[in-house]
Design a protein around this ligand. Structure first.
Ligand SMILES: Cc1cc2nc3c(=O)[nH]c(=O)nc-3n(C[C@H](O)[C@H](O)[C@H](O)COP(=O)(O)O)c2cc1C
Length: 171
């Protein structure tokens, strides 16, 4: 897909078809995240890639908005060691956001849907994925082919008015 079309086609997909994602496509999505920028290039992240159905089902119970993980073809848990202070905690959130966008856009470029999933139950995600005790997994990203309709550029996205959001020179 052309880059601008990819940006406009990405949307949260929460219903996935049964089709698997080819390994080379999954590798490209992961590489996109790996290539993402991070504060001071500290790259705090680890990606735990989950395709096992029983693990996906267990992960789908770790937050109120994580149900779609169960039917995904693959879900990537974003993991980092517990940040040492508030500054690093802020960096971590920003960096996770950046890598998520990279992965999602790489997926959309391949026609693969993606959906954020915020993890509330940290104890459970650590148990399911055998994560070290001193790690956090604030988000997962679910991937799979959309069950509803293919990704196409969205003409009018559900967004606040552009003019209300964009300020030129001053507020
Ligand atoms: C930080 C963050 C956390 C999110 N957490 C969830 C979530 O737990 N479950 C979910 O279904 N969607 C989640 N979303 C998706 C948003 O609801 C979605 O991006 C927003 O409604 C805009 O829709 P769109 O992505 O289709 O454009 C999250 C998005 C972000 C950026």
């Amino acid at each position: 897909m052309e880059t601008w079309d990819t940006i406009r086609a990405r949307r949260n997909v929460r219903r996935f078809s049964d089709d698997p994602i080819a390994r080379e496509d999954l590798d490209r999505i992961l590489e996109a995240g790996w290539r993402a920028p991070s504060s001071m290039n500290w790259q705090p992240w680890h990606f735990v890639v989950v395709t096992d159905r029983s693990l996906l089902e267990a992960l789908s119970a770790t937050g109120p908005g994580t149900g779609h993980v169960a039917s995904s073809a693959a879900t990537v848990a974003l993991v980092a060691y517990h940040p040492e202070d508030d500054v690093h905690a802020r960096w971590l959130q920003y960096d996770f956001g950046q890598l998520t966008a990279y992965m999602m856009l790489a997926a959309a470029d391949l026609g693969i849907g993606s959906g954020h999933a915020g993890v509330r139950d940290q104890h459970e995600v650590r148990r399911v994925l055998s994560l070290p005790d001193d790690t956090v997994c604030p988000y997962m990203v679910a991937f799979g082919y959309p069950a509803d309709r293919p990704l196409r550029p969205v003409g009018t996205p559900d967004r606040r008015p552009f003019e209300e959001v964009v300020h030129w020179d001053r507020w």
